[in-house]
Design a protein around this ligand. Structure first.
Ligand code: T1G
Length: 699
């Protein structure tokens, strides 16, 4: 129970005649910290002890109503009063209480409104139960009260999707009682007065029973098990909502138990890490400070990447001039952009009028000179240094002073590209991930001479494009592709040594990857990796075991994956099947290399694959290519389909511990000492007993 301490500075009472307001002021989003909970507890006690107010209205200062529990408190011992206790106190108040919602009432914030005796929302605000997105469930009465007010289906929809719901829809579903216009405090005064005189009817959830239907619960349970086989909290969410058939107090106990079960899971830790990591990567000094004004962007190249990047800019409301060298390529680029935008409309992601407005801001041109007035150029042509050097040399003479010149290269040296211009300070890398208008990752590559305001502009652009910008230093592959180039070999070594491509894919999909590496290769096109291996052949390290023999043979047959009808899999029926000719190739390569195949368990496959990924990720942090471990984690969550509930490769590494990882690498090194080397950083961490989370704090 309450310990008697107060939180007056974040929660205060304002008296207006015979009604009282409880004002919460806990920037930036009025999260329900301990001080807020204590303040609510104390002010409710005080007002009920006085007994003079006829009604109470709870409202929030700042930009939004309470946005939920204070996530920063998670993982620490909870300090009473906990939210469910505070919410029961609100509901049991002898003086009727109305909550006044503005901005985004999320999680515990929406639950505080639900436990109030009435709920009034200001037009344009939204409500939501996003706990599912951070490995939890509504743990302050939402699973018990929302079914009572709005029915099982809507409660399941909100709780399992985590989506934000406009207050008009919430009103229609009975989750709130009124939608009005006005300032939160004024609305609070009027709502309390209406509640006091009965013109705003009280709807207390402890007086309402859920209309229960077991079939609805059973269907929801089957759905979550099919959709999210790795996750615990969706199942627990359905279980808690099912308990709303019981008396409220009993249901609340079951909800609390389900909530605490989720709180203890590594998934909750992983998803919270992802939540804060997404914000941490742009919370660095390099992302702050003055930026250049970007009003118009030039995109060079109408291929897959160029048209994806152009689509992304147009969706953000930025006019784009698209440059190609020939009419056919330009037309293809415009067609791809149009198709991308039409796809967003058909998926309900983009209103048709916004699509038309976006297309109207697209100016195709065959003339590079037409880039003279743009504020930023994004080059997205062939991954060949001589082509890029030629283009940047021309841009240097065409673009206005102060224009930013960015390359979308996925691994080439930004410093070399910058060196052909007279303005290396205006050059940086902006590495998008395909499809560029969908994938949220943007690697922002800092050249030696890149000016601070150019780098900060890269982060500002990432935010405008709703991308997750991550700072990377120059090296072959920057952060993500460099690490991929290393651990991708492990998948090939596993196949050479006895596993099948499908077993590797299935094992990694069982770990949580959306798609195994061979299925990804077939999707992206096996010829891309083939070209890279040929490009690097001359520089190949003779000491390194060649990983590409099987993939080379597949490509030599013209099998590039989905686009050619076969690759590792055959794409004829509805379900792709393993390509039997690949099995023959694997046998032939093993025979030629004198390999006696052995079996691998799925666990061994995952352990090797993840240990290889972590080892190179540790080296990327160690040499400063990535600023901190969390930056690597976000690269993999937002660019490589890494399972979000595991938080990223280095957050996952902490669940294993540095000592275990060193042990594994040393064991694998008995087979291949060149490929398996213990990073110095990992050895130091094992000796010091430190974690990547510790490094993030130092970062
Ligand atoms: N707790 C602590 N800090 C939070 C926070 C929260 N719930 N939400 C946001 N912040 C910080 C964020 O880290 C950033 O800090 C700043 O606020 C601005 O956030 C019992 C258990 C509200 C829609 O999941 O969705 O309630 O980086 O950059 O883009 O059932 O923040 O500036 O230092 O995102 O305008 C449920 C999560 C919690 C809401 C605003 N609630 N937050 O978006 O700003 S669990 C959530 C958001 C719960 C109960 C359960 C968004 C936003 P800094 P921002 P924004």
């Amino acid at each position: 129970m309450a310990d008697g301490s107060t939180g007056p500075e974040v929660v205060s009472i304002e008296r207006e005649g015979d009604i009282a307001l409880i004002r919460i002021d806990n920037p930036p989003v009025n999260a329900s910290s301990h001080a807020v909970r204590q303040g609510l507890w104390n002010t409710l006690e005080e007002l009920n002890a006085e007994g003079t107010a006829k009604a109470i209205a709870i409202y929030c200062a700042g930009r939004t109503f309470m946005a939920g529990a204070d996530i920063k408190e998670f993982g620490k011992p909870s300090k009473p009063p906990v939210m469910p206790e505070v919410h029961s106190k609100i509901e049991q108040s002898a003086i009727p209480v109305v909550s006044v919602i503005h901005g985004t009432a999320l999680g515990g914030g929406f639950e505080m409104a639900l436990c109030s005796h009435a709920r009034v929302a200001i037009k344009g605000s939204r409500v939501g139960l996003p706990e599912i997105l951070i490995g939890l469930l509504p743990g302050a009465g939402g699973t018990q009260r929302l079914p009572r007010l709005s029915g099982l289906e809507f409660a399941l929809d909100m709780s399992l999707s985590g989506r934000q719901v406009g207050v008009a829809e919430a009103l229609e579903k009975g989750a709130i009682d009124r939608v009005v216009e006005g300032d939160p405090r004024d609305v609070a005064v009027h709502s309390a007065r209406d509640l006091a005189d009965g013109s705003l009817a009280a709807r207390r959830t402890d007086k309402i029973e859920t209309v229960y239907d077991q079939a609805v619960i059973d269907a929801a349970l089957a759905g979550v098990k099919a959709r999210s086989p790795h996750l615990v909290n969706p199942v627990k969410t359905v279980e808690a909502i099912a308990a709303s058939r019981l008396p409220l107090e009993e249901g609340m106990k079951i909800e609390r138990q389900c909530f605490m079960d989720c709180m203890e899971t590594p998934q909750r830790a992983g998803l919270i890490h992802a939540f804060f990591g997404e914000r941490a990567v742009s919370g660095i000094a390099e992302a702050k400070g003055p930026t250049r004004d970007i009003q118009k962007i030039g995109v060079i190249g109408g291929g897959t990447m160029g048209s994806g990047i152009a689509t992304s800019c147009l969706l953000a409301g930025i006019p784009v001039r698209l440059i190609e060298v020939a009419a056919e390529g330009l037309e293809r680029g415009v067609a791809t952009i149009t198709k991308n935008l039409d796809g967003a409309v058909s998926r309900g992601k983009l209103p048709a009028d916004k699509r038309d407005a976006a297309i109207a801001m697209l100016e195709p041109s065959l003339e590079m000179d037409s880039l003279a007035d743009v504020d930023l150029v994004l080059e997205a042509v062939f991954e060949q240094m001589d082509v890029k050097r030629e283009i940047f040399g021309k841009l240097d003479g065409i673009c206005k002073p102060g224009a930013i010149l960015a390359s979308n290269t996925s691994y080439l040296d930004i410093n070399e590209i910058a060196s052909v211009t007279s303005r290396p300070q205006d050059v940086l890398g902006l590495h998008f991930f395909s499809p560029a208008h969908v994938m949220r990752l943007l690697e922002i590559v800092q050249g030696e001479k890149t000016a601070p305001d150019v780098l900060a502009t890269g982060f500002a652009l990432a935010k405008r494009l709703k991308k997750v910008g991550v700072l990377a230093q120059v090296c072959d592959g920057f952060i993500g592709n460099r690490i991929l180039a290393h651990y991708g070999k492990t998948a090939s070594y596993l196949v050479l040594d006895g596993a099948s491509p499908q077993q590797v894919d299935d094992a990694l999909e069982g770990f949580g990857f959306a798609m195994g590496p061979h299925r990804v290769g077939d999707l992206a096109g096996l010829d891309i990796g083939w070209m890279t291996r040929k490009r690097k052949a001359a520089d190949r390290d003779p000491a390194e075991r060649y990983a590409g023999a099987v993939a080379d043979r597949i490509c030599e047959n013209g099998w590039f994956g989905r686009k050619s009808g076969k690759g590792y899999y055959v794409y004829e029926g509805s379900t792709p099947q393993p390509n039997p000719e690949v099995a023959t190739i694997i046998d032939e390569v093993r025979a030629a290399e004198g390999i006696t195949p052995r079996s691998f368990t799925d666990e061994e496959i995952v352990d090797r694959y993840m240990t290889a990924m972590i080892a190179e990720a540790a080296r990327v942090v160690e040499d400063g290519t990535a600023k901190r471990p969390v930056d690597v984690d976000m690269v993999f969550l937002f660019g490589y389909g890494f399972p979000r509930f595991r938080g990223g490769p280095l957050h996952y590494a902490d669940t294993l511990g540095a000592a275990e990882l060193v042990r594994r690498i040393e064991a694998y090194a008995q087979e291949d000492p060149h490929y398996w080397q213990v990073p110095d950083l990992l050895r130091k961490m094992a000796a010091d007993g430190t974690s990547f989370a510790d490094l993030n704090k130092e970062g």
